[in-house]
Design a protein around this ligand. Structure first.
Ligand code: HEC
Length: 220
């Protein structure tokens, strides 16, 4: 076995080579710095929720004194501190202004009024047509409460069988109710019945009330 001289394995001893930086050392340093930075950045997001407000360089008009929906107000004039004020009695949507005199369904004493529209044949027929459009989906065309909405609900949920709508024609309590009450139910809804005030103009609501009386007349 021949001995290999050690000098053949060692690096060249030329002084110029020795001073030259190793070609692999610089990327190693770079990789180490990058790994360090990445580790640092991971260390800062631990999934925790910060208590501090987010950095918000462009303020626009985000911070200003104003009242948002459902917020309390400390305005001295609002004793109950409610930001959303109840409109004064008799307030009308601007698009209903032309119909203002017809929009009264309670008198000054708070009693429901009678239908201010005379029951002309045209208006009763108009009421029938509007009832069939807006109300029959739930109440059906006779007012008995077997509309398509209920029939379909029963297909998807047997529990809907237990849900009965009042029979608008036969129910004695409704036969005794004032015209203004029906107007109010149409306008504002009741219980699970949605409001139709935004879809049915004021005059048409009274036409429908006339038609409800026609449905009830069959049971008298
Ligand atoms: C989306 C279904 C639906 C439509 C459409 C609908 N109603 Fe109703 N209506 C109901 C329900 C549900 C009730 C029962 C409300 C309650 O007492 O919870 C009801 C109840 C009523 C009552 C009885 C209120 C009382 O005191 O018991 C009247 C009157 C009435 N509706 C009239 C109308 C008229 C008029 C229309 C058309 C403009 C109409 N409804 C459209 C679902 C509807």
């Amino acid at each position: 076995m021949t001995a290999v001289p050690i000098s053949t394995c060692s690096r060249p001893t030329d002084p110029r080579n020795a001073r030259e930086p190793s070609p692999v050392r610089r990327p190693r340093l770079l990789v180490a710095v990058c790994v360090g930075l990445i580790a640092l950045s991971f260390g800062s997001c631990r999934g925790g929720i910060s208590e501090k407000p987010p950095i918000h360089p462009v303020l626009d008009m985000d911070f200003q004194p104003k009242v948002k929906a459902q917020m309390a107000s400390d305005f001295p004039g609002f004793a109950d501190q409610r930001g959303m004020r109840t409109p004064p009695a008799g307030t009308l949507a601007s698009d209903a202004l032309g119909e203002a005199p017809l929009h009264v369904f309670k008198d000054a004493a708070g009693n429901y009024v009678s239908n201010p529209l005379p029951a002309t044949r045209d208006d009763v027929l108009r009421g029938q047509e509007r009832f069939n459009v807006y109300c029959s989906a739930c109440h059906d065309r006779s007012g008995a409460g077997q509309g398509l909405v209920l029939q379909r609900a029963r297909v998807s949920s047997p529990a809907a069988f237990n849900y009965l709508l009042p029979d608008l024609g036969a129910e004695p309590r409704l036969r005794d109710s004032a015209d203004g009450y029906f107007y109010e139910v149409i306008t504002q809804g009741k219980g699970t019945m949605p409001a139709y005030g935004h879809q049915i103009p004021v005059r048409d609501r009274w036409c429908i009330v006339h038609y409800l009386r026609v449905l009830q007349a069959r049971f008298q």
